[in-house]
Ligand binder design. Structure first.
Ligand code: DQA
Length: 146
């Protein structure tokens, strides 16, 4: 059995659909999971889609991925901008990571312009809305298959 792509979502992304729809749109996290899974399947991959509001839980999942996943798509949400722990876990995982943000973090407050995740990621997709998750699957699948 091939290993899945872990799709890990950080704090408050469980509120998508009702959370600041002018910034994040009206699709729910379940909607995003469905479209990401569909694209992954069409590319011959599977996903394991998770969300947590806890930094430690996200760190544990990234480290678990070292053995259990073939790559990670990560929307660390607010921890993107604060978490050295997440950065260290990604380095330790030795996995290709695609960082995703629904909103364009560079158009927003200055504190969102810095990411601890970007320097240890394969690439970053941001500002394109929920379709960014689908694009991340395509990019990761291309990387893994090459
Ligand atoms: C986000 C952007 C972050 O700055 C923010 O804290 C989030 C969501 C995004 O997907 O646009 O919670 O990661």
């Amino acid at each position: 059995m091939a290993k899945p792509i872990y799709v890990l979502n950080g704090p408050t992304l469980n509120m998508l659909g009702t959370r600041e729809p002018e910034i994040y749109g009206t699709q729910t996290l379940a909607d995003i999971e469905a479209m990401t899974a569909e694209r992954a399947t069409s590319l011959g991959h599977s996903i394991d889609f998770r969300q947590s509001n806890s930094e430690g839980q996200l760190v544990d999942w990234v480290l678990e991925g070292r053995e259990q996943a073939c790559g990670i798509i990560l929307n660390g949400a607010a921890y993107t901008h604060t978490s050295v722990a997440l950065m260290d876990a990604i380095s330790a995982s030795e996995l290709p990571v695609v960082e995703v943000h629904i909103s364009n973090i560079f158009k927003r407050e200055e504190f969102r312009h810095h990411s601890f995740v970007s320097p240890v990621s394969l690439g970053v997709i941001c500002g394109l809305g929920p379709i960014g998750y689908v694009l991340a699957v395509e990019a990761l699948a291309t990387h893994l298959d090459s």
